[in-house]
Design a protein. Structure first.
Lengths: 602, 640
């Protein structure tokens, strides 16, 4: 599946075009509908001019005269009905195109968003832990939701408004020039004026606007910080201090807001002034021509006024689209960061299966930061035979969890190698490797759904008998059957309906159902009482003797009876041996043992 | 575990304000500080509407001149027509100029008003939140609380910024447009009235459907968010069990569901524009056709007049009237749809405003304490109060804390603490042990007065803590909690949080006590290194060291500690331990203990179970008793 995830790289257009897949038809139809809608829309003022001049004023030189059959006499009711009918028809067609365009635009944009969301989620799924560590969970969620919505909106704008507005401008200008090229030169002057004004506004306004957004973010962050740390605030009696801090940032924001939006209060009036100036000049020049030369009808003059409005307002629209495009840039780059993240653990395509539970570490060094001077594990060497039960002890932070995470390749070694059943873990496909190795993690996690559904994570095809058997081994069967709905009990999000110890036992049962060659328990019976803990370990011995069991425990009693015990200190394996051997020769082991068992001696 | 996405869904679920007028009134009261600006803005809006509509109306005399000129084929009155026409254009020009200026003025004033009102609203909300009791924060998730500041306040801002202005402009303009249209031609206006009704109806239908679909879309989005969140948190399990494919398949189902609902919601939202736009075109076309058909000089009117005694010319439409009228049709439909759309946004925002106001109306933390802490000339501190006889009493600050028969319940039903008695003399260390939910944290909450006892009392140097002014009480208590919360700011600022008047030297001294000095001085910018709330730049252990320094600089008389259970690298852990130990020296200490060394060194250990102290004594006593503590200690139960 890793290969499938190789998303196209590049600046964007080609990559993002890929997400249109499956929605190309609506994506292409939308601009098409938009063009038709606009074309029909700009016909209406033209028809209006014709009907007014030809029907009302009965002028023989009305627009479209050459296209209308001569039988329809100027000023006749038939002519009025024909032109009126055409107008209504144009409006109705425009309505249909507009609605269809809205629909296809929605289908295309939402489909695009769906593809994009899937692609990001798929990529995140294939992340290794080292990859995930670079991003925080919440930032990844924001990228898959908020940022996707942002880009989806821009996409929709691009195929609708971004087509519509310039098209409107072009069509309206063509119409105006066709109707009266002498008067229409006014647009040639007005358009650059407005364009320059808009560019200046956007250029000065944009950085101010970004600053305002930053201030808003800063303010929200400080609120969040304050809310989360409420106990600290109250404990140190810092309410007034916090208020003052907040007031300052609110004032800051207020000033930034006024500073930014001040710019945009110019855009309305400028647009209006240019539009109205055009209107008055048109009326003046056109009116004079009518008065002096009777050159054309009033209908023609007013249709030009309508085109003025259309041209100016669509130009203003274009400038605002550009602003919103630039705002989406941040979202695009955040998403690209995820999509471009280099996967650092990729398994080979290999059919190799984990045949037995032999484990060997050869000169393994490991660092979370990849820095040879900051090793979490160094010089690890040991061999475990299939079926052995191995305990791992050592203080917190000595590298026990890190050590076992290298076995299913959650992380890769810095140097040296980890071998399972005689093969380097890097030679197995990730799927086969993890099929063979089952791990109960320190940070247990159950998912929303029933107990049975959760257990089936271990084996989707497990029969009810197999599930019960695994639960009996993990000492979970009894408490499950005591629940009202038994195995069908709903666990709620994060498995919050069971106690810590019950959760741990369910997680063990889930891991057992996988029938692994190697079973790793990372401090996973800490909340289970000692008697049950022992029962579980006895079950392991009796029912899965062939499975290699690797048990990390804080409690020395949990691993005392292991075949061998690995003692870790400062990222190194300092000793391996049976309990008795270690009691004799390992100072660290003896210290841990004595600090825990002291009570027994009294 | 409530997720933010759920809250958003819940939030959107409630869309209508309960008390419309009361909320509006209260919102309006925020304009008090910018009353004149608001009045000015409304005046500008009225002027803007008036000038633009009169300017539009000017088309009527203008076209009339043109009609005259066209009729005057010989051009006898041409010069007079030109003069009249020009004069009218000059008027029109002035009106438009006035329109542009008032537009600028109204935007400026509205911007000023909105900024002032929003700042006041935000500060009021935040200030009230600071004063609410801790119980409020415990019963709401951070997401919920944040949504007041983001969702609700944003909706209000959007309304004040945009909707209100638009609504006012549209309303004034609509009135003007209607007057103009009626003045031009009542019959034509009646046709347009149908348009208005249609627009309102369609807006209503689409808005309510799109509202419903929007809620559905938010729900689907929340589901997807929740799933992503769950799978991200469970990433290790997903990988350990080779569940990537299954997870992808499940995600695909939810993703597709989201797409379906979102497409529906979005279609409705984006179909509104084209419908409104084209509806006005249809009416424009119809009005034009009807107007031209019934024009004064048209065939129909002529024929009607020939066959009847009534002079049909009187109802016929004049050309200049029709042309002017057509100019208003688009405005009319735009204004009507604008008003009905903005009204929806305003309802939504008012619902948000109502929630914000509700929070502002919550009761703040009560503080009836009359006992205050005074510093005497010689630097010693004393509790002072006036007793019943009216005499001033002084009690020296020592740090003796006693709990007498304390009962406590969070919900008023289930007792979380029952008959708890604890006596801590000055300088003693009291450790609380017991399993999760036994009530250890609750005791700490009570001493701090984050919550108040239900029964019994807690005394501080013999005084009931409920009689002590809260700020003075908390000022003498220091706290280091398990979850370390630091603030955005420099390391120095974060340490100084413990005592705002502390000098740099005092802060560094405190950092040395906390064992934090070494690592801080190795940070790229030492004490001036910036910290961020997400803590990306410091390890959990280092953050804890800073929190200890922060408590140290406050030099509290009584110290409350909640030891961390989280795994920290050994070296830092040792530093933290010895830092904590140094901090505890000479102070009365309450500690929720997770470390055996802390427990062993305590003067008294309280073993809590189900809210009761079941065993008490020092380490050796308790081991001898061979009770619960013994079991905890030997690992039969987990110590956490």
């Amino acid at each position: 599946m890793e290969q499938r995830n190789q998303v196209p790289r590049g600046s964007g257009i080609r990559r993002y075009a890929g997400y249109v897949k499956g929605y190309w038809l609506p994506t292409l139809l939308t601009p098409f509908f938009m063009i038709f809608e606009v074309a029909l829309e700009v016909l209406i003022p033209l028809l209006m001019a014709a009907i007014v001049d030809g029907g009302l004023y009965a002028r023989d030189d009305f627009l479209l005269r050459s296209l209308i059959p001569a039988e329809l006499k100027t000023g006749s009711t038939q002519l009025i009905f024909t032109l009126g009918g055409l107008m209504v028809l144009a409006a109705l067609l425009s309505l249909s195109c507009g609605m269809l365009g809205a629909r296809t635009g929605a289908v295309a944009a939402m489909g695009f968003a769906k593809n994009l969301r899937r692609s990001i989620f798929e990529k995140i799924q294939s992340f290794s832990f080292a990859n995930t560590d670079k991003f925080s969970t919440s930032s990844l969620i924001v990228r898959t939701t908020t940022d996707v919505t942002m880009i989806q909106n821009v996409f929709q704008q691009m195929i609708r408004i971004f087509v519509r507005a310039p098209m409107m401008m072009v069509f309206a200008a063509i119409m105006a020039f066709n109707i009266n090229s002498e008067l229409s030169w006014i647009f040639v002057i007005a358009i650059p004026f407005l364009a320059v004004a808009m560019v200046i506004l956007v250029k000065t306004g944009h950085p101010r606007f970004m600053k305002m957004l930053k201030k808003t973010d800063a303010m929200n962050t400080s609120v969040q910080e304050d809310l989360i740390a409420m106990r600290v605030v109250k404990a140190f009696v810092r309410e007034d201090y916090e208020k003052q801090r907040f007031h300052d940032s609110v004032q800051d924001l207020k000033n930034a807001q006024i500073h930014a939006q001040k710019i945009f209060t110019f855009s309305g009036p400028i647009q209006l002034i240019i539009m109205w100036t055009c209107t008055i000049i048109l009326l003046a020049l056109g009116g004079m021509r009518i008065i002096r030369f009777k050159a054309f009808g009033p209908g023609e003059l007013t249709s030009l006024m309508t085109y003025t409005t259309q041209i100016i307002s669509s130009l203003a629209m274009v400038s605002f689209i550009i602003v919103s495009l630039s705002m989406a840039k941040a979202s695009v780059s955040r998403i690209n960061e995820v999509l471009d993240e280099e996967l650092d653990i990729i398994g080979p395509d290999s059919d190799l299966k984990v045949e037995n539970g032999d484990i060997e570490f050869r000169n393994v060094d490991f660092s979370y930061t990849g820095d040879p001077n900051n090793l979490t594990l160094s010089g690890i060497n040991f061999k475990i035979r299939s079926g052995e039960t191995i305990g791992v002890v050592g203080g917190t932070g000595e590298g026990k969890s890190t050590l076992v995470q290298l076995i299913p390749r959650f992380y890769d070694v810095l140097s040296g190698e980890v071998l399972i059943a005689g093969h380097n873990v890097k030679d197995y496909s990730l799927f086969e490797l993890r099929e063979g190795v089952s791990m109960v993690l320190q940070k247990n996690m159950l998912f929303s759904g029933s107990i049975k559904e959760n257990l089936r994570w271990g084996d989707p095809n497990a029969t009810d008998e197999e599930i019960v058997e695994a639960c009996k081994m993990a000492c979970a069967h009894d408490f499950i059957t005591r629940m009202e709905n038994g195995y069908d009990t709903d666990l709620g999000q994060g498995g919050c309906n069971v106690s810590g110890g019950q959760k741990q036992r369910l997680c063990i049962a889930r891991a057992l159902l996988k029938k692994p060659k190697i079973l790793i328990l990372d401090d996973s019976t800490s909340a289970v009482d000692t008697a049950t803990d022992e029962k579980i370990r006895r079950a392991f011995r009796d029912y899965i003797p062939g499975t290699t069991k690797l048990i990390i425990a804080q409690r020395i009693a949990s691993i005392m009876d292991s075949d061998r015990i690995i003692v870790m200190d400062e990222g190194k394996v300092v000793d391996i041996g049976t309990h008795d051997e270690l009691m004799r020769r390992s100072v660290i082991y003896r210290e841990v043992y004595e600090s825990q068992m002291e009570g027994d001696d009294e | 575990m409530a997720r933010q996405s759920d809250i958003i869904a819940n939030h959107k679920g409630k869309r209508k304000p309960e008390n419309f007028f009361k909320t509006i009134g209260r919102l309006l009261s925020y304009y008090k500080n910018c009353k004149w600006a608001l009045i000015g803005a409304v005046a500008f809006i009225a002027l803007y509407a008036a000038s633009t509509i009169i300017a539009g109306y000017m088309l009527s005399p203008l076209v009339r001149v043109l009609e005259e000129a066209l009729a005057d084929t010989a051009g006898i009155h041409m010069d007079e027509q030109v003069t009249r026409y020009t004069a009218l254009l000059v008027y029109m020009g002035f009106l438009y100029l006035a329109g542009a200026l008032t537009n600028f003025g109204l935007n400026r004033l509205m911007l000023q008003c909105t900024a002032i009102v929003m700042a006041k609203l935000r500060t009021d909300l935040f200030d009230r939140m600071q004063e609410l009791p801790v119980g409020f924060f415990d019963s709401h998730t951070h997401g919920e609380l944040m949504s007041y500041f983001t969702n609700d306040v944003d909706a209000i801002r959007e309304m004040l910024n945009h909707s209100i202005t638009q609504l006012l402009i549209s309303s004034f303009s609509l009135i003007g447009v209607v007057i103009a249209m009626v003045g031009l031609s009542l019959p034509l206006f009646l046709i347009v009235l149908i348009l208005g009704t249609l627009v309102v109806l369609i807006t209503k239908v689409i808005a309510s459907r799109s509202g419903r679909n929007f809620v559905r879309q938010q729900k689907a989005l929340a589901t997807v968010n929740g799933y992503i969140e769950e799978m991200m948190e469970g990433q290790r399990v997903v990988k350990a069990f080779n569940h990537e494919e299954k997870v992808m398949a499940d995600f695909e189902v939810m993703n597709e569901e989201l797409r379906t609902v979102a497409t529906r919601a979005n279609t409705l939202a984006s179909i509104m524009g084209p419908i409104m736009n084209n509806l006005s075109h249809i009416f424009y076309a119809l009005t034009t056709t009807i107007g031209v058909l019934f024009s004064v000089n048209g065939e129909i009117i002529r024929k009607l007049s020939e066959n009847s005694s009534f002079d049909w010319h009187r109802v016929g439409v004049d050309g200049y009237v029709l042309i002017t009228f057509l100019g208003f049709i688009r405005q009319f439909s735009n204004r009507v749809s604008e008003i009905s759309q903005q009204f929806n946004y305003i309802l939504l925002a008012l619902a948000g405003a109502e929630r914000v106001f509700k929070l502002m109306d919550m009761d703040p933390e009560i503080d009836e304490g009359a006992v205050t802490l005074e510093t005497k000339a010689d630097g010693t501190r004393v509790w002072t109060y006036i007793d019943e006889k009216g005499e001033s009493v002084e009690v020296p600050l020592v740090g003796k804390i006693e709990l007498h028969d304390v009962d406590f319940s969070y919900d008023g039903k289930k007792l979380v603490l029952e008959d708890v008695n604890v006596y801590a003399k000055k300088g003693q260390k009291i450790a609380f042990v017991g399993s999760t939910g036994a009530g250890k944290t609750t005791i700490i909450n009570l001493v701090n007065r984050f919550y108040d006892v239900v029964d019994g009392e807690i005394t501080y140097d013999g005084i009931d803590i409920r009689k002590i002014k809260k700020d003075d009480l908390r000022g003498t208590l220091g706290m280091v909690l398990q979850d370390t919360h630091l603030f955005t700011g420099t390391v120095m600022e974060n340490i100084r949080y413990g005592k705002l008047s502390a000098t740099d030297e005092e802060c560094i001294e405190a950092a040395k006590i906390a064992n934090a000095h070494y690592f801080i001085s190795h940070l790229p910018e030492g004490y001036n290194t910036m910290l961020y709330s997400d803590g990306a730049n410091l390890s959990q252990g280092q953050r804890q060291l800073i929190a200890i320094a922060r408590a140290a600089v406050a030099a509290p008389v009584v110290l409350i500690l909640d030891e961390a259970t989280s795994s920290i690298d050994t070296r830092t852990e040792k530093l933290i331990e010895s830092g904590m130990d140094k901090l505890m020296e000479g102070r009365t200490v309450f500690v929720i203990a997770h470390r055996l060394s802390t427990v062993r060194n305590s003067n008294a250990i309280m073993v809590l179970e189900h809210g009761k102290i079941i065993e008490r004594g020092d380490h050796d006593d308790l081991l001898r008793q061979q009770g619960k503590y013994y079991q905890l200690y030997t690992g039969a139960f987990e110590l956490s």
